[in-house]
Design a protein around this ligand. Structure first.
Ligand code: CUA
Length: 329
């Protein structure tokens, strides 16, 4: 048997790879919330309609060019032109417009109580939780947790450039502007861990500006938020104690806050509970000892143009610092 030429095979392989790239955790085709589901339903109906129309148009083309070439009855031709060219698009597009517009009010609805204020930074996410009636927020970074079955309201801002807030599995996207607050609300329906991604080009590390989005049972969420509101745990052993001293003496506290210590910097992400986060560097790495050390020593390589400089530390200092940070549960 003659093997198929590679280009032909590529026609099948490339789309398959592209589809395989639609991972479950960051895919609007894998909806886990009310808002994402309504968008997905609209998409599938439009997709099915497009497939039907594609076959109708190309079938008609094939029919008149290959099966029955020649002149057609003028009344029939006019009927097809007016019916298929004016009436059908008018009906279909009007129906889709009405359906599409009917989806807009839901993500604009106020939340059921919890308000989360997210600020897009270069290239990470500043996150503040405002439970109903709270006087001050619970501050964290680069991870968003939501109670399942409740609509959460997001108040979005940006620091220097425009970003876009998007958790494909939970809903649509919303731009974030410096100096102008925007809002979107999301109603997760299925507990799980998803991935959010900045969806507006915002500089060199735009593609590295992601976050973990975790939808939790409301009781688990309340427990998590309470733990998140607490100060950092004190160093658990001597190595962690020395790691904390390295953190403070190297000046890390000028940019980062670790509540309960003298580190109160506001430039970079809050690290009070960094050890319990699912990602490091806004979706860049995992929170392991190796990845923490790699991040501290190769920040610029891991996230081009990031404002945090790479640190050249003695090996033991680096190990103790990573150990301390990992212990900040
Ligand atoms: Cu922030 Cu792209």
């Amino acid at each position: 048997m003659i093997p198929k030429p590679p280009r032909r095979r590529a026609c099948f392989v490339v789309p398959l790879l592209a589809v395989a790239g639609c991972g479950r955790e960051q895919s609007s085709l894998n909806p886990a919330g009310y808002d994402a589901l309504s968008i997905t339903q609209l998409f599938w109906v439009m997709f099915a309609g497009a497939v039907v129309l594609w076959f109708l148009v190309n079938g008609a083309f094939y029919y008149v060019s290959r099966i029955r070439p020649g002149r057609f009855d003028e009344r029939l031709a006019r009927g097809i032109l007016i019916g298929g060219g004016i009436v059908l698009p008018l009906v279909v597009l009007t129906a889709l417009l009405v359906w599409g517009l009917s989806l807009l009010p839901d993500p604009r609805r106020p939340g059921d109580g919890l308000v989360v204020r997210v600020t897009g930074e270069q290239w990470w996410w500043r996150v503040e939780y405002w439970p109903e009636g709270a006087d001050e927020p619970v501050i964290t970074a680069n991870e968003i947790r939501l109670p399942v079955g409740q609509r959460t309201e997001f108040r979005l801002l940006a620091d220097k450039v425009i970003h876009s807030f998007w958790i494909p599995a939970l809903g649509g996207k919303m731009d974030m502007f410096p100096g102008r607050e925007t809002m979107i609300s999301l109603l997760p329906e299925k507990a799980g861990t998803y991935r959010g991604q900045c969806a507006e080009f915002c500089g060199a590390s735009h593609a590295w500006m992601a976050f973990a989005a975790v939808a939790m049972d409301p009781a688990d969420f309340d427990a998590w938020l309470e733990a998140e509101a607490a100060d950092a745990v004190p160093p658990a052993d001597d190595a962690a104690q020395r790691g904390q001293e390295v953190f403070l003496s190297e000046g890390c506290g000028a940019c980062h806050t670790i509540r309960g210590t003298e580190a109160v910097g506001q430039v970079g992400p809050d690290l009070t509970h960094i050890g319990s986060r699912l990602t490091l560097g806004a979706g860049r790495s995992k929170v392991t000892l190796d990845d923490l050390s790699a991040w501290i020593t190769h920040t610029e390589a891991l996230k081009p143009e990031v404002r945090m400089p790479s640190y050249d530390l003695p090996e033991s200092d680096l190990a103790e610092l990573s150990h301390y940070l990992k212990g900040l549960k």
